[in-house]
Write a protein that binds this ligand. Structure first.
Ligand code: DP6
Length: 318
């Protein structure tokens, strides 16, 4: 009988961008995220004659399937399992458009696998296992705010900072561009590490993380938003100064950044954060959601905006 797990995607306010060990997915920095209610992945797993992976009900033959099964090979070895599987994922996330769908995907897969074999792991161990599929997945085990601590293979997992925050915090996912990202996060991080600013990026991690934790404890939206914006800008500056340089920004990304800055000067408090893709996410408070949406809709054609807030940790559907 199959097992299905649901994991929500998360947005990093302090980003993971650089690996100490790519094979184990050990980060060079700690990161902090907000789990989102509106975006999630449901993944079911069942032993089968042969391996097959369905994404949104379509059989995959590509890299997506390779990544899933090489991850499952690792888990099988660890737990002495020899089965093949049918894995089926329904992604309620705009795939590869800059909202890390791999975070919900691998958190759901690790959870479904452990549930299927009744493997008794606590949340930290589950987070550690999810990390090996995709770094950001370590944080999607939890709801609310989560911190993924750097560390070594055994100690690099995420833990909860606050599962059910009371803070007034919204994230507007502005989908400007529906194209798949051209440089995967895995590749982007590899390139970023060639930047001469990379060392500075790593050095700032401790103090930015601590400041962010304090902002969350104080429910200080201004501090949280401005720090998230700064941290994202630093990440993208490292990409621009890599060898060879690259960027995820498209012309509309810059236009959206300017719009956020403009709104701020007009007293509509909001901040942007951007991941490994051209789309912009806007952090704001409830009272400004409507206004900000309207400004984006009148500045861009065909823009899709999703208003998200805090989502829960992993759950099981059967
Ligand atoms: C920019 O977790 O997708 O979203 O570990 O190589 O799978 P891999 O990377 P991934 O990277 C996410 C990068 C980011 C920042 C973040 O989520 O912290």
């Amino acid at each position: 009988m199959k097992k299905t797990a649901r994991a929500h995607t998360n947005i990093a306010l302090i980003k993971y961008w650089g690996k100490k060990d790519p094979k184990l997915r050990l980060p060079l920095m700690s990161s902090l995220s907000m789990t989102l209610d509106k975006f999630y992945t449901d993944t079911s797993i069942e032993a089968a004659e042969e391996n097959s992976f369905y994404l949104n009900n379509e059989k995959q033959t590509s890299n997506a399937s390779k990544r899933v099964f090489s991850y499952l090979e690792m888990l099988k070895k660890k737990y002495d399992i020899t089965d093949n599987f049918t894995v089926s994922s329904i992604n309620h996330v705009p795939t590869a458009a800059g909202l890390a769908s791999s975070s919900s995907a691998f958190a759901a897969l690790a959870s479904a696998f452990c549930a299927y074999y009744n493997i008794n792991v606590d949340k930290k161990e589950l987070s550690r296992l999810a990390r090996m599929g995709s770094g950001s997945a370590s944080r999607s085990i939890y709801g609310g705010f989560a911190i993924w601590q750097k560390g070594d293979d055994n100690s690099s997992f995420a833990y909860s900072l606050d599962e059910k925050p009371k803070m007034d915090l919204h994230l507007l996912a502005i989908e400007l561009n529906k194209n798949q990202k051209s440089i995967s996060s895995t590749k982007g991080m590899e390139l970023a590490q060639t930047s001469s600013f990379f060392e500075t990026w790593i050095q700032k991690n401790d103090s930015e993380l601590n400041e962010m934790i304090q902002a969350i404890k104080d429910e200080d939206f201004t501090k949280l938003g401005s720090l998230a914006e700064l941290n994202a800008s630093e990440m993208h500056a490292v990409n621009l100064s890599a060898q060879p340089p690259f960027t995820y920004f498209e012309p509309d990304t810059i236009k959206a950044i300017k719009l956020v800055e403009n709104m701020r000067t007009q007293g509509i408090e909001c901040y942007y954060t951007i991941d490994a893709g051209p789309n912009v996410k806007v952090l704001c408070q409830l009272r400004n959601v409507k206004d900000i949406k309207q400004r984006f809709e009148s500045s861009f054609n065909n823009v899709t905006i999703i208003d998200a807030s805090f989502g829960p940790g992993v759950s099981y559907l059967d």
